[in-house]
Write a protein that binds this ligand. Structure first.
Ligand SMILES: CC(C)(COP(=O)(O)OP(=O)(O)OC[C@H]1O[C@@H](n2cnc3c(N)ncnc32)[C@H](O)[C@@H]1OP(=O)(O)O)[C@@H](O)C(=O)NCCC(=O)NCCS
Length: 194
């Protein structure tokens, strides 16, 4: 586990950024994270944070912010293999980005994403995520993928037109030269494939 304190306030106000693998999260932390994600994404059917979304968010590294021990923001990075124009790229795929509603607008989401950024830049050939909130990520250096998206399944590659325009990427020092208008694909998974 990695962590740092970023201020010298009283303990109950201290903001702590941590990086933890899923198996380092305590059961209480998992409960707190899931409650945070459910409240941040809300109850609308399209946006609701469902079990599949949690499954997509685990198995990699979690970026967790707490204030005085209360978890207030989160993102996770899991490894996936995206293909660009058929070329496989070891990708840090970002999931479950959220700040507790009562703590939004204070820079915590951007702070988490800066930590994610540093990790993806160090460890992957590409960063990627799917979102409807382009503005939040683009201001941090993420780029909209403009090519057609698809999913690789056991029975072949299927287009995912609903996701076209929703995929953002982060180039890293080990990214090969990439044409952002080329076709991009992900491996299949249950729930939202992107
Ligand atoms: C998106 C989210 C994580 C931002 O967290 P946050 O802690 O409020 O973010 P910050 O305080 O660092 O916001 C920084 C900036 O991003 C902007 N921003 C926040 N949400 C945004 C969005 N959905 N689209 C565009 N810009 C957004 C803010 O207005 C702010 O701009 P400013 O610096 O010019 O004032 C948070 O709003 C959230 O949890 N939303 C619900 C879940 C969600 O949509 N997750 C991401 C979808 S993949």
């Amino acid at each position: 586990m990695w962590f740092c304190w970023i201020d010298m306030k009283p303990a109950e106000e201290q903001i702590r950024f941590r990086r933890l693998r899923t198996d380092e999260l305590t059961p209480d932390e998992v409960r707190a994270l899931r409650a945070l994600l459910e409240s941040a994404f809300g109850s609308d059917d399209e946006e609701r944070f469902a079990e599949d979304d949690w499954q997509h968010a685990i198995g990699g590294l979690h970026f967790v912010v707490d204030i005085g021990g209360e978890i207030v923001a989160h993102a996770s990075v899991v490894e996936r293999e995206l293909h660009v124009d058929g070329r496989p790229l070891r990708t840090g795929y970002v999931e479950a980005v959220a700040t507790a509603p009562e703590h939004q607008g204070k820079g915590l989401g951007s702070g988490v994403m800066r930590e994610v950024h540093a990790y993806v830049q160090d460890c992957f050939e590409l960063g990627a995520l799917a979102t409807g909130s382009h503005g939040f990520y683009e201001r941090l250096g993420w780029l909209s993928w403009r090519g057609a998206s698809s999913v690789r399944t056991a029975t072949g590659t299927r287009p995912t037109p609903d996701e076209d325009g929703c995929i953002l990427v982060l180039l890293t020092p080990s990214s090969p030269p990439l044409d952002l208008t080329a076709p991009i694909s992900c491996e299949w998974r249950p729930g939202d494939v992107w």
